[in-house]
Structures are given as C-alpha cells and as structure tokens.
Design a protein around this ligand. Structure first.
Ligand code: HDE
Length: 696
C-alpha cells in the first residue's frame, strides 16, 4: 500500500508533467527486479539536454526486453489464432481405447486450439487461399494429447522427405520475397506439376475448402491413420474428424480478395468476437474406426496420407464435442508460445507407419527448440500438462522448476519416494511386428495418384466445380512460365476431362496441355457426397452476420424487427451508417451505428439489408462505397433485403430489386423480415452465379 502511494506521488509530481495523471488507480509500475519506477517517460540524462547515461538500468532493461520481444515465427502455420475450451466425450470408448479422457461423459477435458494458415508469415492476411491448421491440445489427466490436424483430410506429399521442398516452393520466392501467403506463383506450381502425388490435395486447395468463411465453420481432420489401443492391447485404426455444429461455409474468391483489404484479420476477429459475445464455437469429434481387414479391403493404402476413406465406406461415429469458450488473455503467451506436436499422445492412442506422420514425429519437437529457445518449453504455462510431471530431466535454458535434492538419476536408492516407471499405467507402444530390408522406396500401394482426385471432382456440386476451375485458372494465370501451365493442364486432363477442358478454356490455352501418363491409370470411383460442402450445408443463419445499411430517415421499427428475428435464429446484426455517430431514424430517435460505411463493406457480412430512409438514400447515391456495398452483396450471391426507398440505389448499381429469390422486400417488417431470414438460411443464391461470372 505504502509503495502504491509513493508511486502515485512520483507520477503526479514529476517535473514537466505536473498535473498529468497517469494510471492513478493502478499498482505501482516496477522493473523486472521489482523496483518501483518513478518516471516512465524520460531516460536518465546528464542535464536536461545532455546525453543519456549508460547507468540508466531502467531504460536498458526496458529496451533490451523490447528488442527481444519477438521469437522466430513458425516456419509454416505462422499466422494463427487461439482459443480455450473443453472437450466432452459422449459415451465411454473403453472397447476402442484406454485413453482416460475418452471414458467419462461427465468429465470436461480442457483444450487449447490454434487455427492457422500455412504459407504466410505471422502478419499475413487471413483469407488467403490456403490449407488451415486445426491443432487441438487436450490437457488430459494422463498427459497432453495434441491432435495437430488441418481442415483438409489429405496432404500434398506422401513422405516427410519432401516437406521442406513443398514448403520452400509455396512460400515467398527465395530471391524476391514475394508473393506472401499465396500459392499462385511459379515455384509452387512448378513443384506440384512435377509431383503427381500432390494432385489430390491441390484439388482440395483449389476448392472452396481453402477459403473458409470462418474458423468456426471449418471441418478438421487428423489426416493420418492413427491407432486407438484398448486396455487389452487391441488396436483399431482411426481417422479423426472435427465437424462444426453450425455447419461449414466458405467465401467466394472475389470476396476473399476484397476482405483481405477490408479486414486482414477477418478470421481472427471473427473467432475472438464470437467467443466474446458468448456465441461459443462448437465442434463434434468424429472417428472412422476400422480394423486391419477393412484396411486390406480398401483399394489404397491407409498409410498413404494423400488418400482419404470416404465416409460412405467407413462411416463417421461422433464421439464427443469441443466447445471454445474463452479467448486468450495474452496472444503471445498462449497462442504464440503454444507448442503442438503429433508425438504428444497419451496411453490408448498410438501411431501408424504413415511415412509423413513418422517424419512429423521428429520435426515438431525439433522446431520448438529453435522457436522457444530450448528444451524447457513444456514449462511454459500454455504447454504445461495439468497432471503431475516428474522425471530426472534437469537444467537447460530457462528452467523454471526448482527441483531440489541430490538425486537426478534413476535407478537410485537415495530417494525411495522419487518418481519411478509404472508398467501398469505407463505409455506402451503398440507392439506392431516390424521387419524388412532397409531401403528408400515408395511402396506400390501408394502409386495411384489420380483416382481420389477424380472422385473429389465428381463429388462436387456444380457451383463447387465452377469454383475449382476458376481457382486453377486464377493460380495458373499468375504463373509466368508457360511450360508449367501446360504440365498442370496435362494432370488436370487425367483427373477429369471436364476439369482439364474447363481450365484450358479459362486460360485461353485449349489444346496446349502437355500429355501426362500416370503410372497407375485412374479408376472412376463412386462419388462421395460427404466431400461436398454445399450439398450438405445446413440451412441456417446461426453464427452468421447480417449487415444493415441505414441512413437518416430509416425506419427504426424495421431495425428492431431485424434485430429480434436475427437474435432468435442465432445471427448477429451490424448496423452500418454513413458515419459512425449513427443516424436519426424516421421517428426522430437516434440510432447508433456499429460500423461506418467506409470501413464496413458488405463483404464482411453473410446477408444484408439495404434500408435507407426516403431522404437519406440521396446521399448514398454519391457514395461509391454504398454502390459497391450493394453490387458486391449481389455479386457475392448474398441474400439482400430491401425497402422501397432503396430503389434509386439499386438503379444506380444496375440491380433489379426483384432480380431473383435472394432479393426480398423487408418493408412489411415482422413477417417480411422472417421471410428474408428464411431465404438467408440458404446462405448464397447459387443460381445467380452463372449470370455474373464465367469461370476463369
Ligand atoms: Fe506440420 N509443422 N508438418 N503438418 N503442422 C508445423 O511445427 C511438419 C503436416 C500442422 O498451431 C511446425 O510448431 C512436417 C501435416 C499444424 O502451432 C513444423 C510435416 C499436417 C501446425 C511442422 C508436416 C500438419 C503445424 C511449424 C511433414 C496436418 C501448426 C511450427 C512430414 C495433419 C501447429 C511448429 C500450431 C506446424 C512440420 C505436415 C499440421 C515445422 C515436417 C500432414 C496444424 O514442425
């Protein structure tokens, strides 16, 4: 207390700052050694205009700490956003696994999740076309289990040996340092065009999956085949899946590009805001569990990470739910310092010989050493297990644990109470029989690179197919080297002639494909409807955001009706006005704006209402941002509610107020607003798309 008063006195009595009040009610500011700081504004100088003194230990401590504030960013997945929550299993899974956190439906296991993009740096945009990381750390009573997955169920390469090449090719080109967070450049497509095993994955990255609407609306996948092992030691193969309970949704490419400019933190902000509003993201955990016999019956190898098991072949069993209900208190301490590792498993979960997984088991521990500075990163609070952790590892850079005593080895007789191995409870690797020659070889069973790529194509709805064609055309149009484009067209012809033809036409390169002869001719597999996002999209506005454009003279009762109806369906509403100060509604009431038009283009919303007042609309006609607001909403296939007063704006934008099922009058308030929301549940008016853009 005395210290606090002294600090206050120091703050208010400083020469040159008389009368200023800095943090009157806070605790005293101190150095890292706990010394109270009297002046946090001025360095120590010899005379008012003299040189700064080297003895200013307060300045030097502060600046030195600042100079070292950054740690190396992750070489991949550098840009990410984290959230805390919990996981709860639906029913005991003892028949499949001995893992304790998968037994008790009454128990909540704390989790920390980090979603990420892969290619860009830590400060890059959120809406890049890219794979998203979906890493979950379960703090179980038996140790931490990390499920370090992606939002796409397959991967680019089959063997860890190729990972550095893949990543080098997709990152900024080495000489010029661009493009950032983009695969649309020569080195990436050069590599891909020479790696047929990557073709299946690029079908996914060119699909809508690679431009998710929100981290809350993405599926997640463990990718590799793992094992669950029960108490009797029986192993079952397993693929892990996450499913968002509000359904998956994606952006439209033009929208993603524009959002990148309007809000480069779009996904980070969305996740943060949803949790802040108590609108907690939820994901169900599903598994595909199968035995060796099923694995043997598949026409691909379950150890090959470029293949998936269609849900129609091995159905998904939902085993539990994850709820994300707390934002990090400090981004750096939690999200940045979180250290995930596929090798963090608990008894009852084990690996397979997937050669990509095997390589990852080495890589993640290694990367933490350089990123977090040494072998003690497990002591950082975000990484620390919640169960006891005791062993004879000692010392090293940044060791926190005191670890008193002379016994730091085992076996020992000097500390009978010290930690000992426990064969009954301890982790035991599944004793899979392994034998073979030492060799560097890709198994024959990994050789079919195109069948599942074709299956993916055939499983897509028409809009999704259009988007894939457009994405390939966009990316390849950015490739300067013609030979690479031609090689890629050859691969796409093998995937499916319609795909190859579509992309060639969009590029204006019909007939220029370089023929590719696959080692294994692709089979035409049965489509898997579960692979399409649009086909299984739930009709809902839950978790979505509705933007309402208002001006002076807007009907306040309409705004209230929209807010009420949206709330009832779990959607958020943002009121957008020409100025942040808000508007005077038709009834004379003042309505505050959530956002100003200049900073809130319609790309930030899932559905919109154009609700100007009779007089207010005139000002909008002079605002390019207002005209773009409407045009973009229409171009991005959104459902648009309107009032009669909006007519001049529609005319100026060249859009018919009765253009299609997605342009709806809300003038009737209650019932009309409900009608608007019912259509908005469809999320996009796909029929509009072919009228607005040709693939390419
Ligand atoms: Fe990663 N990966 N990866 N990866 N990965 C990293 O670890 C690596 C792979 C994934 O939010 C790094 O801590 C290799 C597949 C996620 O912190 C690094 C190989 C899948 C994250 C690394 C792969 C992933 C990473 C970078 C091929 C989906 C972000 C920093 C053998 C199943 C985790 C770090 C987070 C991060 C290596 C392939 C997912 C360098 C060598 C396949 C979600 O260690």
């Amino acid at each position: 207390m005395a210290r606090k008063q002294a600090a206050k006195a120091a703050l208010t009595n400083r020469p040159g700052n008389a009368g200023e009040t800095h943090q009157q009610n806070g605790e005293a500011l101190t150095t890292n050694q706990g010394v109270v700081i009297a002046d946090n504004q001025n360095s120590l100088k010899a005379g008012a205009r003299g040189p700064t003194l080297l003895e200013d230990f307060i300045l030097r401590e502060k600046i030195t700490h600042f100079d070292h504030e950054r740690i190396p960013e992750r070489i991949v997945h550098a840009r990410g956003s984290g959230a805390h929550g919990y996981f709860q299993v639906y029913e005991p899974l003892a028949e499949l696994t001995s893992a304790g956190f998968l037994q008790d439906p009454g128990a909540k296991t704390p989790v920390f999740v980090r979603f990420s993009t892969v290619a860009g740096g830590a400060g890059s945009i959120d809406t890049a076309r890219d794979v998203r990381g979906f890493a979950v750390k379960f703090y179980t009573e038996e140790g931490n289990f990390d499920l370090v997955g992606n939002n796409i169920p397959v991967f680019f390469i089959q063997d860890a040996m190729k990972f550095p090449d893949l990543v080098h090719s997709v990152k900024m080109e080495a000489d010029r340092g661009f493009p950032q967070a983009a695969s649309a450049h020569d080195t990436f497509w050069d590599f891909i065009s020479l790696m047929p095993e990557s073709i299946h994955m690029v079908m996914w990255t060119m699909s809508d999956r690679a431009i998710p609407r929100s981290y809350r609306m993405m599926e997640g996948f463990g990718v590799h085949t793992f094992r669950l092992v029960n108490a009797e030691g029986r192993s079952t193969f397993v693929k892990f899946h996450w499913r968002p309970t509000i359904g998956s949704a994606s952006l439209i490419w033009d929208e993603a590009v524009k959002i990148a400019g309007a809000d480069s933190d779009f996904h980070r902000r969305d996740l943060w805001t949803a949790i802040d509003n108590g609108d907690y993201p939820e994901f169900e955990l599903g598994i595909q569990a199968f035995d060796q016999k099923t694995a043997d019956g598949l026409d691909f190898d379950v150890l090959d990470p470029t293949k998936l098991i269609p849900e129609e072949v091995v159905p998904l069993r939902m085993i539990g739910k994850m709820v994300l209900n707390r934002n990090p208190g400090n981004f750096f301490a939690e999200t940045e310092q979180a250290a995930f590792h596929p090798g963090h498993v608990v008894p009852g979960i084990d690996f397979t010989n997937d050669p990509l997984l095997q390589g990852r088991l080495f890589s993640y521990l290694d990367t933490q050493l350089s990123r977090l500075g040494g072998p003690n990163f497990h002591e950082i609070p975000i990484n620390r297990p919640v169960c006891p952790m005791r062993n004879f590892q000692r010392d090293g850079i940044m060791r926190m644990a005191g670890q008193p005593g002379r016994v730091n080895y085992e076996p020992n007789s000097l500390d009978p109470a010290g930690p000992r191995e426990d064969p009954a409870q301890g982790f035991r690797s599944f004793p899979s029989g392994e034998a073979g020659e030492k060799l560097r070889l890709r198994p024959e069973s990994f050789a079919d690179h195109y069948s599942q790529a074709r299956q993916f194509w055939l499983s897509m709805t028409e809009p999704e197919k259009r988007h894939i064609v457009s994405a390939f055309a966009f990316e390849l149009a950015k490739v300067e080297t013609g030979a690479i484009r031609k090689r890629m067209l050859g691969h796409l012809d093998v995937v499916h002639e319609k795909l190859g033809e579509g992309v060639a036409a969009a590029l204006g390169m019909v007939g220029q494909a370089e023929a590719v002869t696959p080692t294994v001719a692709p089979k035409t597999l049965k489509p898997s409807p579960a692979l399409s996002l649009i086909a299984k999209a739930p009709e809902t506005v839950a978790g979505r955001k509705i933007g309402v454009l208002m001006t002076d003279g807007t009907d306040a009762a309409l705004l209230a009706a929209i807010a009420k109806a949206a709330k009832a369906e779990g959607a958020q509403v943002a009121l957008v006005a020409p100025a942040i100060g808000g508007i005077t509604a038709a009834d004379g009431s003042a309505v505050l704006a959530d956002q100003a038009l200049s900073g809130a283009p319609s790309t930030l919303f899932d559905a919109v209402v154009v609700a100007p007042g009779q007089d207010g609309v005139a000002a909008l006609l002079r605002e390019a941002a207002a005209i773009d607001w409407l045009r973009d909403a229409f171009g991005h296939l959104k459902v648009i509610g309107h009032v009669p007063a909006a007519k001049p704006l529609f005319d100026k934008a060249g859009i018919d107020m009765d253009a299609d099922a997605g342009t709806i009058s809300v003038a009737g308030k209650g019932a009309a607003v409900k009608g608007f929301l019912t259509v908005a549940r469809r999320q996009r008016i796909w029929d509009r798309e072919p009228l607005l853009r040709t693939p390419g």
